[in-house]
Design a protein around this ligand. Structure first.
Ligand code: AHR
Length: 347
C-alpha cells in the first residue's frame, strides 16, 4: 500500500516541481544543550525497545545538501552519522550536490523505500510541498533539520533548526555598536534560496536600509564556496571599490575574503581597516577571532545528530515533541573571546 501511494505521488511530482509557500510562526527553546544529555540516557532503552517492537532497525532517511559544502556541513554530516549509529538507527543519507530537483527526487525515492523517518536539510526552502504530502500519505514523519522549509504546519512533524534571521540581526546589532564613520559593506551570501542565505541576507539588507549603511557588493556564492568568495573580493579590490566591512555568510567564505585582502595588502580584523563578520563558529574560525583576524563570528550549531535522535526516540515512543525548536546559539567577539572558549569548541 505505502509503495503504491508513494509511486502515485512520485508521478504527480513530474507535474508539479513548482515551489513557493508562506512561512509559519515558531517558538524558541533554550534546552538544546541539556536535550543532548537527556538523549544519551534515553537512547539505550529506546534502541532496545525499537528493535524489539519492529524486529528491525529504525531506518532514517536523511536528505543532506552537499557532501563538502563547508566545514560546517562536514561537522553536521558527522554528527548525524555518529549519533544515529550510537542510537542503533540505519541511516540512508543522500546528497543533493547543489541540485534542488535532485534532492526532491532523492526524497521521493526514500519514501518509496519506506524509510521510517525522513529528515530533510533543504538546499532551497521552497518547493517541498509534494514531498511532504507524499511522506504524509505514506505515514512517514517528515522532520526538518538545520534549515526551515516553506511548509505549513500540517505538512511536517517537527523541526530542529537555526534561526538565521536572528543570527543576521546579532551581526547587525554588533555592527551598530562599532560606530564606524561610514559603512561600506561587502555581502558574500550563501546558496541562493536556502533559508540560511535568505535569513542572513535579509538581516543585513534591512539593517543597512534602517541605518543608512551602503552595501557596495552583494552576491551569493554557489555552494558557499571559499574560492569563489576569494575571487569575488579580489575582483572587487581590483575594480577599486572601497569597503570597510565584510559580511560573509559562513566561516569558509570569510577566510576566502581575508586571503584576497592579504594578497592586496589590505588590513582587516581587530587592528585592521576592514571589519570581518563570519557565521558558523567552527573551531579554526574561533581561533581567527581570538587572533584578531575575524572581528565577529555568529554561531550556527551543526550538532543536530543527538537532537534528531532525541526527537525520533520520542516519536517512536509515542511521546509529545516540540513542533518548532530553534537551537540556542551564541556569537563570539574578538574583544571578548578567550582561549578557553576556543579550546572547548567541539567542531
Ligand atoms: O545551513 C547552515 C549553513 O550551511 C552554514 O552556515 C554553512 O556553512 C553551511 O554550508
Amino acid at each position: 500500500m505505502k509503495k503504491l501511494l508513494s509511486l502515485v505521488l512520485v508521478l504527480t511530482l513530474a507535474f508539479s516541481l513548482a515551489a513557493c509557500s508562506k512561512t509559519v510562526a515558531e517558538t524558541t527553546t533554550a534546552k538544546a544543550d541539556t536535550t543532548v544529555a537527556a538523549t544519551t540516557a534515553k537512547t539505550d532503552e529506546t534502541a532496545a525497545a525499537t528493535t524489539a517492537k519492529t524486529g528491525a532497525k529504525l531506518v532514517v532517511g536523511v536528505v543532506q545538501t552537499n557532501a563538502n559544502e563547508s566545514d560546517w556541513r562536514t561537522a553536521n554530516t558527522k554528527s548525524f552519522n555518529e549519533a544515529f549509529a550510537a542510537a542503533g538507527f540505519e541511516t540512508k543519507m543522500v546528497f543533493g550536490e547543489g541540485d534542488h530537483a535532485k534532492q526532491i527526487s532523492q526524497a521521493m525515492q526514500l519514501i518509496q523505500e519506506e524509510v521510517d523517518y525522513l529528515v530533510v536539510l533543504g538546499l532551497q526552502s521552497a518547493g517541498w510541498e509534494d514531498v511532504a504530502k507524499a511522506a504524509k500519505e505514506a505515514g512517514i514523519p517528515f522532520i526538518m533539520a538545520d534549515r526551515k522549509l516553506d511548509l505549513t504546519e500540517d505538512l511536517y512533524t517537527a523541526m530542529v533548526c537555526s534561526d538565521f534571521a536572528a543570527e543576521g540581526n546579532k551581526a547587525v546589532d554588533w555592527l551598530k555598536t562599532q560606530a564606524l564613520d561610514s559603512y561600506n559593506i561587502v555581502v558574500l551570501g550563501g546558496d541562493t534560496g536556502s533559508s540560511a542565505q535568505l535569513g542572513r541576507s535579509k538581516a543585513i539588507e534591512d539593517g543597512a536600509k534602517a541605518n543608512g549603511w551602503t552595501i557596495v557588493f552583494n552576491q551569493n556564492m554557489k555552494g558557499w564556496d571559499e574560492t569563489l568568495a576569494k575571487q569575488a573580493v579580489a575582483d572587487l579590490i581590483a575594480s577599486g571599490t572601497k569597503f570597510n566591512v565584510v559580511y560573509a555568510e559562513n566561516d569558509n567564505m570569510a577566510r576566502g575574503a581575508c586571503a584576497a585582502m592579504d594578497a592586496a595588502g589590505i588590513t582587516y580584523g581587530k587592528t585592521g581597516d576592514v571589519k570581518v563578520i563570519a557565521f558558523d563558529a567552527n573551531k579554526w574560525a574561533l581561533q581567527n577571532v581570538l587572533d584578531g583576524k575575524f572581528n565577529l563570528d555568529v554561531e550556527c550549531n551543526p550538532l543536530h545528530g543527538p537532537r534528531i535522535v532525541e526527537l525520533i526516540n520520542k516519536l517512536a515512543a509515542g511521546e509529545a515533541v516540540e513542533k518548532n525548536a530553534y537551537v540556542k546559539e551564541e556569537m563570539f567577539d574578538t574583544a571578548t573571546i578567550t582561549q578557553a572558549i576556543v579550546d572547548a569548541r567541539t567542531y
